[in-house]
Design a binder for this molecule. Structure first.
Ligand code: BTN
Length: 317
């Protein structure tokens, strides 16, 4: 963790109202001679501190801007998040990862405050209004190569649903293949793409969008944490929690994917349902029975035939 992230974490984790320079030095290991200038720099970035002549400093406001420091104050990093970059604007965070894929470190995460050409599944675009959501992509090189693509996406959807449930207290569930939904509305989406042996895991989460931030055609089918809970959510904190959970599930996936399948099943709104699944111009109908060990959906058709599906769109129950 860099010094600024340590200072932010010290304030966030402290139960005391004020922290003196001596206390900040002992908690963070940052020399007290440089703490005042670091606080000034953080102030320039939108943090507001209150200074008390005897007791020290108190953090009273944090900026609603994503920064690597603020994310690292929550999650100091593992394999996922070995490096974190935050862009003001980019075409797609997955494009940035793709450009760096051959030389970047495994676990690189790229966030953007807005995307001008965000991509969704099935060739759709992904609406990414500035400062309202979490739009990010992760570079991973799973040991099983491209064959693990589906496992990776399944693990990521479990991690995302868990964190949204815990942090925002919403009833986030997984609609096959990997939409995160609240009731019948979509809250987040995942798009895994491949560049040589590298997986690019792209995740979009509608955090603080109002109804009007969605285009008219999505207003009845999409939702956000703000819409669901009536309050604005701290995106840096959420980002840190998400990266921690994604890291944890990535490790579990490699050791024991069955555990991840069980968690997925517990969160799924699709399993056990009679479903219609569209794949291009093909429509399949049957019982969504389970996920197999590769993360494919086992669809039992009415004639008893079984199919193993990787992608598609559930069009009706
Ligand atoms: C879906 O359609 O459900 C998948 C949406 C994935 C959106 C994310 S936002 C970050 C990353 N960059 C993109 O262009 N797409 C993914």
């Amino acid at each position: 963790m860099n010094p600024d992230a340590k200072i932010i974490a010290a304030f966030q984790e402290s139960s005391e109202a004020y922290l003196s320079l001596a206390k900040l030095e002992s908690v963070t290991g940052v020399p007290r001679t440089s703490i005042a200038s670091r606080l000034q720099l953080l102030t320039d970035h939108g943090y507001v501190f209150e200074q008390h002549p005897h007791h020290g400093y108190r953090l009273v406001e944090e900026p609603d801007r994503l920064t690597a420091d603020a994310i690292q104050a929550v999650y100091s990093g593992g394999k996922v998040g070995s490096q974190i970059l935050v862009f003001e604007s980019t075409s797609s965070t997955s494009d940035v990862i793709a450009r760096h894929a051959s030389r970047a470190r495994d676990g690189l995460v790229v966030f953007a405050e807005t995307q001008t050409r965000g991509r969704g599944r099935q060739g759709r675009s992904w609406v990414s209004p500035r400062g309202k959501g979490l739009w990010f992509s992760i570079l991973l090189r799973p040991t099983g190569g491209v064959a693990q693509a589906q496992q990776l996406t399944v693990s990521a959807s479990v991690a995302v649903a868990h964190v949204l449930r815990e942090e925002a207290k919403v009833d986030a569930r997984i609609k096959w293949p990997n939409d995160i939904v609240c009731g019948s509305r979509k809250l987040a989406g995942i798009l895994t793409e491949y560049r040589d042996t590298a997986a690019i895991l792209g995740i979009g989460i509608d955090v603080n969008l109002n109804k009007d931030d969605f285009p008219a055609e999505l207003q009845t089918t999409a939702t956000s944490l703000l819409i669901e809970t009536g309050r604005v959510h701290d995106r840096n904190r959420l980002a840190g929690r998400l990266l921690a959970a994604l890291d944890q599930h990535y490790t579990t996936m490699a050791r024991n994917f069955e555990t991840v399948i069980d968690q997925w099943a517990g969160l799924s709104v699709t399993l056990g349902q009679q479903v219609k699944i569209r794949q291009g111009d093909q429509l399949r109908e049957g019982l969504a029975q389970a996920l197999d060990v590769q993360g494919r959906l086992i669809l039992r058709k009415d004639n008893g035939q079984v199919e193993y599906l990787v992608g598609g769109e559930v069009t009706g129950g």
